[in-house]
Write a protein that binds this ligand. Structure first.
Ligand code: ATP
Length: 264
């Protein structure tokens, strides 16, 4: 099942340990999403409405998708990934039906998280010049969210880089009424993210993470992930000529390989 289908997506599991520099934000998401998914009976007993929708907003690559996946994985909830522009464009003419199916599947496989990436594409401000499809899709999405009666068993997480472009009707009580801004990491955050991404890499003592965290001012998590991957590839390229393949690679040779500061 591809993410374009808005189908259940088991392709990627993430844990809270994979999310760096967003401690407070992760804590909030856990309160809003994990608690009601795990303990719906507490909310039912108290007559407290769990959030149906949470809106995460902030620049691309800051970890919005990663956080949503981590909460789903850690709570063993079904994770349904919906991409806003794809629902509108790829399923043109069937967009509303797709959304309905996604909600039905989520309810059938509850507890579930429906993650709607680039939700501004589905639900732009209706006052803006938008087409009929978007209008009908917004109306459908609103109706489906209003219909989520089950306390806390299906939660919709929307993500956007442009919160002001999201239809205000979606941000009313009972819909996406919790909002959380996800900002680019500061130096300490970048250090945490660097540590996460080199976790499985074999780095030399020369690799100075403090220094890298200072040098990467302006980098978001996704940039740091790429930086680490590229350092790894640089090391491969640098080391390949040093290996004597004619003799076959032996353990002793492998043992000498590692990634150095210069590779970053
Ligand atoms: P977009 O708005 O473009 O969808 P996003 O905020 O959803 O961006 P992600 O897709 O979660 O960003 O980030 C892409 C990748 O970057 C993640 O899979 C992860 O490898 C890395 N990454 C981003 N943010 C973080 C973070 N805070 N901690 C660790 N890794 C991160």
């Amino acid at each position: 099942v591809t993410k374009a289908d808005g189908g259940e997506d088991r392709s990627f599991r993430a844990s809270y340990e994979d999310v760096g520099g967003l401690d407070k934000e992760l804590q909030r998401v856990r309160e809003m999403v994990e608690l009601p998914l795990k303990y719906p009976e507490i909310f039912r007993q108290l007559g407290v409405d769990a959030p149906r929708g949470v809106l995460l907003y902030g620049p691309p690559g800051t970890g919005k998708t990663l956080m949503a996946r981590a909460v789903a994985s850690e709570t063993n909830a079904t994770f349904m990934h919906v991409n806003g522009p794809e629902i509108i464009n790829k399923f043109y003419g069937e967009s509303e039906a797709r959304i309905r199916e996604i909600f039905e599947t989520a309810q059938r496989r509850a507890p579930a998280i429906i993650f709607i990436d680039e939700i501004d594409a589905i639900a732009p401000r209706r006052t803006d010049v938008i087409g009929d499809v978007e209008k009908r899709v917004v109306a459908q999405l609103l109706a489906l969210m209003d219909g989520l009666k089950n306390r806390g068993q299906v939660i919709v997480i929307g993500a956007t880089n442009v919160p002001d472009m999201v239809d205000p009707a979606l941000r009313r009580p009972g819909r996406f009424d919790r909002e959380l801004s996800i900002n680019p990491p500061d130096r300490v955050g970048r250090l945490r993210i660097l540590k996460i991404h080199i976790r499985s890499m074999r780095v030399d003592a020369s690799v100075n993470l403090e220094k890298l965290s200072q040098m990467t001012h302006g980098f978001v998590g996704a940039d740091i992930a790429i930086l680490c991957k590229e350092a790894g590839m640089n090391a491969v390229r640098r080391l390949l000529p040093q290996i004597d393949f004619t003799a076959g690679i032996n353990e002793a040779d492998l043992d000498k390989l590692n990634i150095t500061m210069d590779d970053f």
